[in-house]
Design a protein around this ligand. Sequence first.
Ligand code: AMP
Ligand code: GLY
Length: 425
Amino acid sequence: MNILLLGSGGREHALAWSIAKSRHTKKLFIAPGNPGTAEIGSNISLDVTDHPAVIAFCHENAIDLVVVGPEAPLVAGIVDDLSEAGIPAFGPRKAPAQLEGSKSFTKALCDEFNIPTAAYARFTEAEPALHYIRARGAPIVVKADGLAAGKGVVVAETIAEAENAIRMIFSGQFGAAGAAVVIEDFLTGEEASFFALSDGETAIALASAQDHKRVFDGDTGPNTGGMGAYSPAPVVTPEIADRVMREIINPTVAGLKARGTPYQGVLYAGLMIGKDGPKLIEYNARFGDPECQVLMPRLESDVVELLMATVEGRLATQQPVWRDDAALTVVMAARGYPGNVEKGSRIRNIDAANAIEGVTVFHAGTREVDGEIVANGGRVLTVTAIAPTIRKARAHAYEAVNKIDWPEGFSRTDIGWRAIARENG
Ligand code: AMP
Ligand code: GLY
């Protein structure tokens, strides 16, 4: 098969790495890709927002499957347009991608189909929102309704903080995403990510992972896209995983089907596992980044087989096989991330890091200039290791991080701390 993968981050390098290993893959194109994907496939420059151009490329290159990495093209309806042109594409259409695109869409779905989540209210004006917050009390969570690149959520410890968040969201700085706010009760427990595939009718569980959203050690500092992850997440026991499928994933898939907008693609559920079981914090309509970088190394099954079964409605016959090993990834970011960063600093010794047992360095924001790799974004590399325990995976990942010669970069030093505290008992 000829496959076109859309995206350019660490997630896409991990997907490309896995797709390239498939017995089904003949040619792999990545648009736009990064220097990591260039080593295993052909990077091409295609404007992904120009759907007719993507369709034309697919026809010219006999593409059998398009895999969409990030959420923006999904929300823009790329899968609708590709499907109408007869090109199989992995990922939800525009309507069900609202699971990620709109917080209130997901909240209303939870209400309608009894999916456990935090109690909430939605407002399009500041005054009633402020009133609700004062009546409800703190801590409380304030969210811009639309896509705000992970920056539209404020977990407010005090009423004053929540009030400021309301003013910030309605100030217009989020554009259309800030036209409405969702205000939620604060949930307690341990967070985990859970991934499942849905073909519109049947959902199958993939695996769990845990992300590290704050930029600094000890889960401090501002929120980021994710500074590191590991899989599996010990908090997601087999019993919890069953409940997630039964109480959250299956009702979502059945609900979207009943509404006439079946969901085809990966469901990434952000969960809070509390005393009374799992609750849904949010859905994403794509693989997580950096969670994908720890899922793919653990996946023993052929990823293309799973992606095609999803697109063709054959998931009921699939049973993905996972390695028992744990995987852990450490993000190396440019100094200043998640704020402004400088581009262009040189990165050396990635090969030495890759030579360590079980280690794969996935590229994210990198660029090749005159045969050298330079930083070209906020999150630059994700250094992944797989080993029999999280503790060993972490040791190998950090050994690899230390081999990489990049003075302008930094990483957290405590990725995996929760799981390691558990392994320590
Ligand atoms: P979201 O973008 O909805 O995933 O929210 C970002 C982060 O805010 C989550 O990963 C949680 O750490 C936190 N968060 C969101 N909603 C809640 C909630 N209802 N209770 C507690 N924490 C939350
Ligand atoms: N790691 C968080 C995300 O992909 O949204």
